[in-house]
Design a binder for this molecule. Sequence first.
Ligand code: ADP
Ligand code: MG
Length: 259
Amino acid sequence: MGKIIAIANQKGGVGKTTSAVNLAASLGELGKKTLLIDIDPQGNATSGLGVNKRNVKKTSYELMVADAPFGEVLVHTPFKNVDLLPASIDLAGAEIELVEFADRPSRLKKAIVGQREQYDYILIDCPPSLGLVTLNGLTAADTILVPIQCEYYALEGLSQLMSTVRQVKRLYNPHLDVEGVLLTMYDSRLNLTMQVVEEVKKYFGGKVYSVAIPRNVRLSEAPSFGQPVLYYDRSSKGARTYLELAEELLEKNSEKAVV
Ligand code: ADP
Ligand code: MG
């Protein structure tokens, strides 16, 4: 049964979407059937997979708010083993519209739970907030993957994020666990980066991936071509490190299965 991983951090610009798109493509490349669910109204994961937000009829908004059937929202992408539930700006209204539902934290979970058998991994690209839409992501998920940008104030907001995770565990999703913590825009030459790494490791210990994603211009160019970096420039450092991350993630999950 597919494992559902929410990629979340309420800070914007830390590499959530870049990680969601490129981890999905890398898992697909390694033979894992992967679904990426875009629940950010900005729809950057949607356009990053080459899907025009204006051409999609139904999105994760209709899935959560209007009971749209999964099959009507699903898009098959040209990238190996990668499917997408797209997002559009309509989702911005969902924060308010969801309030009316008694089952508001679990709308997404209910919409996708029957599809788990079809996938090895389901990744959810969360918006940069801790509102109801992100809450739906965390309630649907088995685990949370937290990208952290190696910069000043990297740890700011993390205690709030982890207290939200504890609250979701207590109220809606008792098995929610931390999948891993990913250092992004890493530069080992910078003292600052190394200080951030120290602090993040103090806080999260063994949950921090040994693969860190370097700053790489190919990673920032690829979305404007509607492609994961693996397809845009396979030999780039960005493509190689996201593949290594996928391998590390798979290895950690097979370890767990054996134990
Ligand atoms: P979030 O989804 O957390 O808001 P994004 O993944 O959209 O963050 O990244 C923010 C910006 O930084 C984007 O323009 C993206 O292309 C760029 N970016 C992300 N990761 C890297 C990286 N490792 N190297 C260079 N640019 C990056
Ligand atoms: Mg994003």
